[in-house]
Design a protein around this ligand. Structure first.
Ligand code: NI
Length: 149
């Protein structure tokens, strides 16, 4: 396992769309292991593969101790909305308020290719939405709430 460099907001790569994972093999396992190590090294609560320079649809999250690896995640249900302040390991030293669904349901695969579905509320939903945005080249700074809203 290794801590990898985190791609920052001004690098072109962070804006690229990630491709679906096709091979659930050892390389994917290694990527995910490195992502965990990298995320914890920088105190993150979520990380997308593109943030370590790999354009594949894989994210990890650790929200209040709930840890998950989501490969080819797809948000299949959204409910409600909430505005909270977010940050991102690719956007150093800046936080901003973003509106997200309060509750979501997401379909994904684990590192071995088995499908599963999870439901999340509040910060869990927020974190998954934030990381899924990364897979489409979207940063939270694209979605900031205007003042007074
Ligand atoms: Ni981020």
């Amino acid at each position: 396992m290794a801590v990898r460099n985190v791609v920052k907001k001004d690098e072109e790569l962070i804006r690229k769309k990630s491709k679906p994972v096709k091979n659930f093999d050892d390389d994917l396992g290694e990527l995910l292991d490195d992502m965990w190590e990298t995320m914890y090294a920088f105190d993150g609560m979520g990380l997308a593969a593109v943030q370590v320079g790999i354009l594949r649809r894989a994210i990890i999250i650790d929200v209040n101790g709930l840890k998950a690896e989501l490969i080819n995640p797809e948000i299949i249900y959204k409910e409600g909305e909430a505005v909270e302040e977010e940050g991102c390991l690719s956007v150093s030293g800046f936080h901003g308020r973003v509106k997200r669904p309060y509750k979501i349901k997401v379909k994904a695969f684990d590192r071995y290719g088995y499908p599963f579905t999870i439901e999340g509320e509040s910060w869990l939903a927020r974190c998954i939405c934030h990381e899924c945005d990364h897979l489409d080249g979207i940063l939270f700074t694209d979605k900031l709430e205007k003042k007074g809203k």
